[in-house]
Design a binder for this molecule. Structure first.
Ligand code: SAH
Ligand code: SF4
Ligand code: F3S
Length: 581
């Protein structure tokens, strides 16, 4: 497993999407979910609430967007101006940034596919090129500027050959720079922020028929694309990401995300459950629940049916916003999602350390198919820096939480994010970060040098750590992370792990690769193994199946082992059971 990465930077072409045969209807969705959670509520009350007005009904729709309401039917959407149709024009996507962007690409594609566009993986064939962009660090934006130069050169050439191409910028960079981007890059045709993907057909039509630049960067308080079913498959169609919320209210002082993705809002639970059920029927074996702050999930669309309990923060944690009240919480969602298919692994990312009540931890400990793996972004080990970052916790509170997690889930695997060289960070602060990394023992880390964005830190603090010092500190953090990861991984040598097979190893066609419950990569020889633990007949191992693997050696980024038999989540008592040693 990679210890450092410049935060997932992908440029990939994804499997085509599937729409639901019928668009979701909000009233049905409310009934389905409320029935599961609150059996005692009278039918008539349910009917009244389900058919009553919703928040959307009280606010004016943004002037430039098309039908954005999930009560609109297919027919309504398609009865729009025929000029919005794609006419089989080919769209080529390039996706940068985090998993949210990978998921958003599938949402954008889903919307365009519905309008008659086709998808191509060949840039030369494209009539429309869409870049789904990231703004998290300066380097991420620089990558896009460089790519735009290449694409606009291509566009100029294509104009001469009479096969024009349109270029669109989607996602966080479109949101951050808004029309400044169009002014700087005159050959960009379309700009759509993360909440404006439903407007893409109209924007593309304006750019194509009207020949003008078109943009929509409105952020929404409610858009969750709940009625759009993106299905994008990694690992040979056996794992999928499911978006459960959008935006972030945390306002960490270094972070651009609240400005590019807007306010935090949760996707209704019924729509999430429906997507996970569909994935289970398709044979998907691993689902990762996605969001910038997944564990502060609250589905208040059905608040009438639920208690008014406030979000309980972990001990020693605070927020800059008012705690949410009522509705279904992350623990409720995790419970419901994990009951859908006991042979499907459930992961989630990214959570914030503030929202880890014992209910969530106990559920992870008890439920067989919720992976015992938690991403716990720390960012720094120094109280002075944590305060400047406005993370809402101290080093002590973070370490107490780690102790609590380890006590409730003894076999837990922990990963984290750290920023080196934040405003005002001294060598002593940096030493405290190194000591925290040693103390916790993460097995995966995402480490970054601070990159100034136009956030609270830009306005109020000084980016006063010299670039070479940031780099040196970053490298020291990487070194300590590697040592610790090796130590943590060495502890599983000799154990037997339940591994979900991804497919052939990239390095050798003789080997297979898969992941443990703790999300560690395992490489093992491709050979037939017993169909189950004590059986004598054997069968080949295929991607998407579970196997028991005896771990023979460990490095800082992967494990090596030998497969013993085919297995399943249901037939394996605990994924990392000492009894298997
Ligand atoms: N919502 C998630 C992830 C946010 S972005 C979370 O809070 O964990 C992923 C990571 O990028 C952050 O955790 C942080 O470590 C890093 N990051 C964010 N802004 C940054 C900046 N300005 N410079 C360097 N790293 C940054
Ligand atoms: Fe950014 Fe903080 Fe929100 Fe994560 S929690 S997205 S780091 S503001
Ligand atoms: Fe980048 Fe936006 Fe994700 S800034 S990290 S693509 S939320």
């Amino acid at each position: 497993m990679r210890i450092v990465k410049s935060f997932l930077c992908v440029s990939e072409h994804l499997a085509p999407l599937r729409w639901l045969s019928k668009p979701r209807n909000c009233s049905n969705a409310a009934r389905a979910s409320s029935g599961e959670k609150n059996k005692g509520v009278s039918d008539s009350f349910r009917r009244q609430v389900a058919s009553g007005p919703r928040f959307q009904d009280f606010i004016k729709s943004p002037p430039v967007t098309l039908a954005v309401n999930c009560e609109h039917t297919d027919e309504h959407y398609l009865s729009e101006d025929l000029g919005l149709l794609g006419d089989a024009r080919k769209v080529y996507f390039e996706t940068y940034g985090c998993q949210m962007n990978v998921n958003d690409t599938e949402i954008a594609w889903s919307i365009l596919q519905k309008k008659g566009y086709q998808r191509t993986a060949d840039l030369k064939q494209a009539d429309v090129v869409l870049l789904v962009t990231c703004s998290i660090r300066e380097k991420a934006e620089q990558t896009i500027w460089n790519r735009l130069q290449q694409l606009t050169a291509m566009k100029k050439k294509r104009l001469k050959t009479n096969s024009p191409v349109k270029i669109g910028i989607l996602g966080c960079m479109a949101e951050r720079l808004k029309t400044e981007l169009l002014e700087r890059e005159k050959l960009v045709d379309v700009l759509a922020g993360p909440d404006a993907y439903r407007d893409l057909p109209r924007l593309l039509a304006a750019a194509t028929t009207g020949g003008q630049q078109a943009s929509n960067v409105l952020l929404s308080l409610e858009e969750t694309y709940a009625d759009i079913m993106p299905v994008q498959h990694a690992s040979q169609g056996r794992s999928a990401f499911v978006s459960i919320m959008r935006g972030c209210d945390n306002m960490c002082s270094y972070c651009i995300v609240p400005f590019t993705r807007g306010r935090e809002r949760s996707r209704p639970v019924s729509s999430i459950l429906e997507e996970v059920r569909m994935l289970s029927e398709q044979g998907v074996k691993e689902v990762t629940l996605l969001g910038q702050n997944v564990n502060s999930y609250r589905d208040t669309s059905e608040v009438q049916f639920c208690g008014s309990e406030r979000t309980k923060l972990s001990r020693g944690f605070s927020t800059v916003y008012r705690a949410k009240q009522g509705g279904l919480r992350f623990s409720d969602l995790l419970d419901l999602v994990s009951r859908i298919d006991p042979d499907m692994r459930i992961r989630f990312t990214s959570p914030h350390p503030k929202d880890f009540p014992d209910e969530v931890l106990q559920l992870i400990a008890e439920r067989q198919n919720i992976c015992k793996q938690i991403h716990l972004p720390a960012q720094s080990g120094s109280n002075q820096v944590l305060k400047a970052m406005r993370r809402g916790y101290t080093r002590e509170a973070y370490l107490d939480l780690v102790d609590n997690i380890k006590q409730i889930i003894p076999d837990v695997s922990l990963s984290s994010d750290f920023i080196s060289g934040f405003c005002g960070e001294t060598d002593d602060d940096h030493q405290q970060t190194l000591s925290l990394i040693r103390e916790v023992g993460f097995n995966v880390g995402f480490l970054f040098a601070y990159s100034m964005r136009k956030t609270h830190a830009f306005h109020r603090l000084q980016d006063d750590v010299a670039p070479q010092v940031k780099q040196r500190r970053l490298e020291e953090c990487i070194g300590v992370f590697r040592e610790e990861a090796e130590r943590v991984n060495a502890a599983v040598v000799g154990s037997t792990q339940l591994v979900l097979v991804e497919g052939e190893s990239k390095r050798s066609a003789e080997d297979l690769c898969g992941r443990t419950d703790g999300n560690m990569k395992v490489i093992f020889p491709k050979e037939d193994v017993a169909v189950q633990a004590s059986a004598s007949n054997t069968a080949p191992i295929r991607g998407g199946g579970y196997v028991l693997v005896k771990i023979l050696s460990a490095g800082s980024q992967s494990l090596r082992g030998r497969a013993l038999s085919h297995s399943s989540l249901i037939s394996t008592p605990t994924p990392r059971c000492d009894g298997y040693k």
